[in-house]
Write a protein that binds this ligand. Structure first.
Ligand code: CU1
Length: 159
């Protein structure tokens, strides 16, 4: 290999590694059956920014079967769900400015999608996190584990 080619491939390699360390995307679906299509999510500890794309694959409108995707420490979920019910539909069933909420999408109805992007600096490796839907009554079923920094990765850079 010529020196220039070596330099070029090294630059490509560095670029690939940088991309790998930065953006991680999760795709999740929610349905008219009041369910997410996954019960567990995990992202690599190298993720800097995490993008969650929620698709409502059903047909029912948001007023009847609206879903969102909310991330919090598992120990905070019950308190957030209760505070969310008090906050009501105008606030998307989430307490305003609640620091315990790490990330949250808006509520969508059938056929709609929504995305939230958040920084992984809010996450600690080994902490127990859960994702859930804040629509009243949904979190009992629509809830799953979210792991940061485990080897079984659902979301990887470039996917
Ligand atoms: Cu829901």
């Amino acid at each position: 290999m010529l020196p220039l080619q070596i330099a070029a491939s090294a630059a490509l390699l560095i670029a690939a590694q940088l991309a790998h360390a930065e953006d991680c995307r999760i795709d999740i679906e929610a349905s008219d059956m009041m369910q997410y299509n996954v019960k567990q999510l995990s992202v690599a500890a190298s993720c800097r920014s995490i993008e969650v794309h929620l698709k409502h694959s059903g047909k029912l409108p948001a007023k009847v079967m609206g879903h969102d995707w909310v991330l919090a420490k598992s120990s905070d979920v019950s308190a957030i769900v209760n505070a969310g019910m008090a906050a009501g539909p105008a606030r998307g069933y989430l307490p305003d400015g609640d620091k315990r909420i790490i990330a949250a999408t808006k509520i969508v109805g059938g056929g709609e999608s929504t995305t939230v992007t958040f920084s992984a600096t809010a996450l600690n490796e080994g902490e127990s996190y859960s994702f859930f839907c804040s629509t009243p009554g949904h979190a009992t079923v629509m809830r799953g584990r979210f792991s940061f920094g485990e080897t079984k990765q659902v979301a990887q850079a470039g996917k």
